[in-house]
Design a protein around this ligand. Structure first.
Ligand code: CA
Length: 407
């Protein structure tokens, strides 16, 4: 905390936001004990929230924005996908065992006897799988509509993960497809849960293209930001179709972080991520419930801030680039409605504009792209009906293609 206050020392409003945020987040229980110890002490439901807190602090914070009737479903959706992801990520677990399990995990999500020991990259992940029956029991308590959405998405994600276990992200199409499986499907599932809850319209769940983009915008931001960490872990999600235009080897960028080619490659991928903004804005404009809106919008604004930070920033190649905690706290407090979201997007797009380098071959194209996004942000809010018509026109083809690939 003290370190974070120093980072914001010239920005008193960030310090105020951090303190206020700290006060408000006290209701989220933090346990010192390990999940393994907590498993015998806590009810199934409390264990699930404790697990959520341990495996994703930031998600545990935004989930507090949701209405009570939706919180458990979203919490379990997250934990079940986290369990699936834990199976996917453990590199010591052989493909012979792993792939069939990824493909049939959806059949096990409500199985109160299924569990796995010794799998997972961190103690928390291992404990989640070890005590999975607590998650399964909590899942079984959910309403039928919620369970259906969770099961369907788990099945599709498991298939996609198993397919990509033996496939690399080469083309931009692969990149979009991989991101669809690991994040776009989360967008689909959340829209499904929101519709099922009745807090959002029945039609939201059919907004596949823009729901997918909500996930892709977040996922691509993480993939860009995590270059160095992923390189260190011996994996890469940057599409080779892009990076091979700038270097022969993926680790070139880490060795030449300030070279123009390295930065041009980074900026190329940032421009690619910005393409999702129109869909994301349209999606957020469709939301009717303020709590659901904040839950969805906060991560989007954080991603936008992160993209502004990573754009043209050589530090991406040599370490972890993150937004200041104070800025994150301020953004959380000031993401209450669409006007505030637009204000934040505009602010971060300006930061990117100011960092643009005239030697970068993509700069002119990106200037056009930003001009288009600004125009879109200026547009008065579309009514839900208008948006539906627009999106069904724009999205039918690409969604149809993805659905066809899956079934
Ligand atoms: Ca993974």
């Amino acid at each position: 905390m003290i370190k974070d206050i120093y980072a914001s020392i010239t920005r008193p409003r960030e310090i105020a936001a951090m303190l206020s945020f700290r006060k408000n987040s006290r209701e989220i229980k933090l346990y010192k004990e390990s999940l393994d110890e907590l498993a015998s002490q806590l009810s199934d439901r409390d264990f699930c929230y404790a697990a959520l807190n341990k495996v994703s602090r930031s998600f545990a914070v935004v989930i507090q924005q949701l209405p009570e009737q939706l919180k458990d479903a979203v919490c379990l959706f997250y934990l079940i996908l986290r369990a699936l992801d834990t199976l996917e990520d453990d590199m010591r677990f052989t493909d012979d065992e792993k792939l069939p399990l990824l493909r049939r995990f959806h059949e096990l999500i409500g199985d109160e006897t299924w569990h796995k020991e010794g799998i997972g990259d961190t103690a928390d992940y291992r404990d989640l799988l070890k005590h999975y029956p607590k998650v399964a029991r909590a899942y079984n308590q959910l309403g039928k509509e919620y369970k259906q959405v969770i099961k369907d998405i788990t099945q599709r994600m498991g298939q996609g993960m198993a397919d990509f276990a033996t496939r690399k992200v080469n083309s931009l199409e692969d990149y979009d497809e991989y991101c669809h499986y690991v994040a776009g499907l989360v967008g689909h599932g959340l829209s499904g849960l929101f519709s099922a809850s009745g807090f959002e319209s029945e039609q939201l769940k059919d907004q596949l293209q823009i729901s997918n983009s909500m996930g892709l915008f977040l996922q691509k931001t993480n993939i860009i930001r995590d270059y160095h960490e992923d390189l260190y872990l011996g994996r890469s999600f940057w599409p080779s179709e892009v990076w091979k235009q700038y270097a022969d080897h993926f680790d070139y960028f880490a060795n030449a972080p300030t070279n123009p080619e390295s930065l041009a490659c980074l900026n190329h991928l940032v421009a690619n991520a910005l393409n999702h903004i129109p869909d994301c804005i349209q999606y957020m404009r469709l939301l009717q419930n303020k709590q659901v809106f904040r839950f969805c919008a906060i991560p989007q604004v954080m991603a936008m801030a992160t993209l502004a930070e990573v754009y043209n920033n050589p530090k991406v190649f040599t370490g972890v680039v993150k937004i200041r905690k104070g800025l994150a706290a301020r953004l959380m407090l000031h993401t209450q409605n669409m006007d505030e979201v637009i204000k934040s997007f505009r602010k971060f797009l300006r930061i990117i504009e100011n960092k643009m380098n005239s030697n970068d071959p993509h700069t002119p194209e990106m200037q056009m792209q930003l001009k288009y996004i600004y125009q879109l942000l200026d547009k008065p809010e579309l009514s839900a009906d208008q948006s539906r018509v627009l999106s069904s026109q724009a999205s039918q083809d690409s969604v149809k293609k993805m659905v066809e690939q899956e079934v």
